[in-house]
Design a protein around this ligand. Structure first.
Ligand code: MN
Length: 204
């Protein structure tokens, strides 16, 4: 029996139009995320790794085969990514997260500029992140499907928010214009979910 499963997309393929098109969503979820789940299951099949949670696999990624790092990261990152987007999203966070962002970055606009810069300067495929680490909010990026929970990641902490900047996330609609994709992505952020992740991080 396969241990990990592709979680259902929490909305229809066209829910994030016009910012993210339906075909990109369908391929991204069913094919790309689907492949990460299948390849992760194959990588851990009939080994002691089958007993471990996804978080345990990531936090010790340096000790496991590279297929676990790549596909375990891919599974975690995309599971989070679908949840932190929503139809009629965007705007600004509220509550504790709003205060923390303003305290750390000076203003929401400055936070947005710094996250955008991280997303645009990540060379090749990867993710840009807002993470919570030891009392601080930090912006950074990781290559490929690495994520800040991994022991081998330079950027460390709990992922509060992450934007996928692999070409598969935007190329059908935006081609080479990563800057337009990133600018529009702010219109689909599910701040309720991102705020809930921040509150979860505070408890750890
Ligand atoms: Mn992706």
């Amino acid at each position: 029996m396969a241990k990990f499963e592709l979680p259902p997309l929490p909305y229809s393929y066209d829910a994030l139009e016009p910012y993210i098109d339906a075909m990109t969503m369908e391929i991204h979820w069913s094919k790309h995320h689907g492949a990460y789940v299948n390849n992760l299951n194959n990588a851990i099949a009939n080994t002691d790794m089958e007993k471990l949670s996804l978080e345990e696999l990531l936090s010790n990624a340096s000790k496991y085969p590279v297929a676990v790092r790549n596909n375990g990261g891919g599974h975690y990152n995309h599971t989070m990514f679908w949840q932190i987007m929503t139809k009629n999203g965007g705007g600004e966070p509220k509550g504790e997260l709003k205060s923390a962002i303003e305290k750390t970055f000076g203003s929401f606009d400055n936070f947005k500029a710094k996250l955008t810069e991280a997303a645009l300067t990540r060379f090749g495929s990867g993710w840009a992140w807002l993470v919570y680490n030891k009392g601080n909010l930090v912006i950074g990026s990781t290559p490929n499907q690495d994520n800040p929970l991994m022991d081998l990641s330079d950027l460390k902490g709990f992922p509060v928010l992450g934007i996928d900047v692999w070409e598969h996330a935007y190329y059908l609609k935006y081609q080479n214009r990563r800057n337009e994709y990133v600018a529009n992505w702010f219109n689909v952020i599910n701040w309720d979910e991102v705020s809930a992740r921040y509150v979860e991080a505070l408890k750890m």
